[in-house]
Design a protein around this ligand. Structure first.
Ligand code: NAD
Length: 358
């Protein structure tokens, strides 16, 4: 099969880590007989320098024509003084909107060989942890009606509104069910249905939709406060966690933290079709850009997610995860995950080792 991928290298360490991801995908293509065509386009600060805007038309067109999109990272001090829609981050918001991406998927995986990096006691993470947070991305309180003013008692007030429609809940539930059907066939749906009307609709809709369309998927409900506690108390109980925009925002950072390293975590954003935007969760790390010390693994794992979630290439996805596991088990570490007795590698050496293990 042939797959067309737009690569948005971006700024800072973006080009270095994307180079590594492309090398690994090429190794996967060679092993499994696929062709990956890569089209590199500008986004963020480098696009501002070259074209005056963070998301040039040519970039947008290429993304919308591709089978999927890989993004490095955008931003850096050079562009910090720019305002609003001219900032590098505006390119990111623009591309997510144009691609109609309403779901964010963030797996927080603690690799067994990196368990010392977790702030949790080793007994809690002994068997490894992988929590996949499926977060609704374009609805809820971040996009609801907001107002401020002075009330009838002369008090200044402000309010934000959490609003969800059945359609918004169903479409993100579908993404979570699809993902769960390729995994443990279990979803924990997180809400605050004991207090919020919007959560009661969330809970009812998730259950009805899953039961009707994915009868083999088990849905368990959990209140968000309990979930926040359970993530640090017994993280291994979770697999796919489905939740709203604001709860997902908070829980995904909490889950990421227990893995101990920002350079290892990937994320994807998906919409109605199979095309997605795949990226590491970290930023452009200007402090280490160009030094060949960045950890390319988050971006490489974003490619594994692309193979699984956009192209349904499960064995190919696993080949990347296994290669990462092997290289970690062999004791290779980039600086950010380095510990005593391990072998320190640069960015290039790390991705060459992973590509070599595909
Ligand atoms: P950052 O994630 O870029 O860096 C935080 C720290 O983590 C730094 O010390 C950095 O060296 C380290 N780090 C990050 N990725 C690493 C990797 N792969 N390997 C090794 N170390 C790594 O966050 P920041 O410093 O707050 O932001 C820097 C720039 O990135 C800012 O302009 C910010 O706006 C932007 N940013 C972009 C995105 C994105 O493109 N999605 C996300 C977050 C921040």
């Amino acid at each position: 099969m042939t797959y067309n991928i737009t690569v948005l290298d971006g700024d800072g360490i973006g080009p270095e880590i994307c180079k590594g991801a492309v090398a690994v995908l090429e190794a996967v293509g060679k092993k499994f007989g696929h062709t990956f065509n890569f089209t590199h386009r500008l986004i963020g600060g480098c696009a501002i320098d070259e074209t005056g805007v963070p998301l040039p038309e040519e970039t947008l067109e290429s993304c919308l024509k591709s089978d999927s999109v890989l993004l490095g990272a955008v931003g850096g001090p050079k562009w910090d003084g720019l305002s609003g829609d001219l900032r590098p981050e505006a390119g990111l918001l623009g591309i997510r909107k144009a691609m109609g991406l309403f779901t964010n998927i963030r797996p927080a995986r603690l690799w067994k060989s990196l368990k010392d990096a977790s702030p949790l006691k080793s007994a809690l993470v002994e068997g490894g942890v992988e929590i996949i947070i499926v977060r609704e991305l374009t609805g809820g309180i971040y996009f609801g009606k907001r107002e401020s003013g002075t009330d009838e008692n002369g008090q200044l007030y402000a309010s934000d509104t959490e609003k969800y429609t059945v359609e918004e809940i169903e479409r993100v539930t579908k993404v979570a069910c699809e993902l769960a059907s390729k995994r443990r066939k279990k979803i924990v749906s997180v809400d605050k249905a004991n207090v919020l009307e919007s959560s009661r609709l969330w809970r009812k809709t998730v259950h009805e939709y899953a039961a009707k369309n994915y009868p083999d998927i088990e849905v368990e409900d959990m209140f968000v406060d309990n979930c926040a506690m359970q993530i640090v108390k017994n993280p291994a109980q979770f697999d796919v966690v489905l939740t709203s925009n604001i709860f997902g925002d908070i829980l995904s950072d909490e889950a990421a933290e227990i893995t101990g390293s920002i350079g290892m975590l990937a994320s994807s954003s998906l919409g109605y079709g199979t095309r997605g935007l795949y990226e590491p969760i970290h930023g452009s790390a200007p402090d280490i850009a160009g030094k060949d010390v960045a950890n390319p693994i988050a971006t490489i794992l974003a490619c594994a997610m692309m193979l699984r979630d956009s192209f349904s290439l499960l064995d190919e996805c696993k080949s990347i995860e296994d290669a990462v596991q092997k290289v970690l088990d062999d004791g290779y570490r980039t600086k950010d995950i380095m510990s005593e007795g391990m072998k320190e590698t640069g960015c290039t050496e790390m991705y060459m080792l992973i590509a070599g293990n595909i």
